[in-house]
Ligand binder design. Structure first.
Ligand code: ZN
Length: 283
């Protein structure tokens, strides 16, 4: 059985990170303990706190949570914060399985070893003291989770759109507005909602915003479900990632026919990101 948890083909987005989280929960099981932490370098994108191994030594992992695209390994002493960056993966690394770019090993109390590998080193490993999560620079200022029905609603989105002249696609990709809607899922959600990516936010009615909120939830939930079913049989050898290319309706399909109406999909750069839409289905 092998399992490499992470997306190595492209930047992981929220569904991929959630898939990694669920995979880690399965791997760790209940009662996992961090016997010790072994770092093989002092920094990734940012320095790794030198106190990290000592603080986590001997600590039980109470939960593995996710906030936006961050994984949080919660222990009584402190929380290990991890961002996968572009190429970060977690895997069980039995004796002898040391690979280039393994930057951190979590030696578990049951003798197993979890390895964090990140060849491009855009990832992050940090420590959060108890009670300090909301103030952590990476987490402070984040908008609501898109799957949180109470916090992320049409009314909320309408309030965030009020008085703004920006296009809708950059707005829903703004992590301060709602987290975890990256370029792929923004394009997919806008197609499903029938909204053109360049549409000014102030011109969208409340029902159309409600449709967009629902579409965002649906595309993310479908991707999480697809990833979850992939993870559950542990066939992701070699890091074949939780990316679900076949499910994309518009992303990376400019010049190809719209799957809904057959019209040729159009592409342009909007807010610095490539964007694809159907000129007939989306207005
Ligand atoms: Zn169409």
């Amino acid at each position: 059985m092998t399992s490499v948890l992470g997306a190595t083909a492209a930047m992981p987005e929220l569904p991929e990170v959630e898939t990694v989280r669920v995979g880690l929960v399965h791997l760790l099981g209940a009662n996992a303990v961090i016997a010790r932490v072994q770092l093989t370098r002092a920094d990734l994108r940012l320095p790794i706190p030198p106190r990290l191994p000592a603080r986590l030594r001997g600590q039980p992992i109470r939960a593995v949570r996710r906030r936006a695209k961050y994984l949080l390994f919660e222990t009584p002493a402190a929380t290990l914060l991890c961002h996968l960056g572009m190429t970060g993966t977690w895997r069980l690394a039995p004796p002898g399985d040391e690979r280039a770019h393994d930057h951190c090993y979590l030696h578990l109390g049951d003798g197993r070893r979890l390895a964090f590998r990140d060849p491009r080193r855009f990832g992050l490993l940090d420590l959060i003291e108890p009670g300090a999560e909301a103030r952590h620079p990476a987490l402070a200022g984040l908008g609501p989770e898109p799957l949180d029905h109470d916090a992320f609603s049409a009314a909320y989105l309408a309030a965030r759109c009020a008085g703004r002249r920006t296009a809708i696609k950059p707005l829903i990709m703004d992590q301060g507005v709602v987290v975890g809607v990256g370029n792929i899922y923004a394009a997919e959600a806008l197609h499903r909602a029938g909204i053109r990516p360049s549409r000014r936010v102030g011109t969208l009615s409340r029902p159309r915003l409600a449709g967009l909120v629902e579409a965002i939830r649906v595309v993310l939930a479908e991707a999480i479900l697809a990833g979850g079913s992939t993870i559950s049989d542990f066939r992701q050898a070699g890091g074949a990632s939780g990316y679900f290319q076949s499910a994309f309706r518009v992303y990376d399909r400019a010049g190809q026919p719209c799957l809904a109406c057959g019209t040729t999909l159009r592409g342009r750069v909007l807010g610095g990101r490539s964007t694809v839409w159907c000129p007939r289905c989306q207005s």
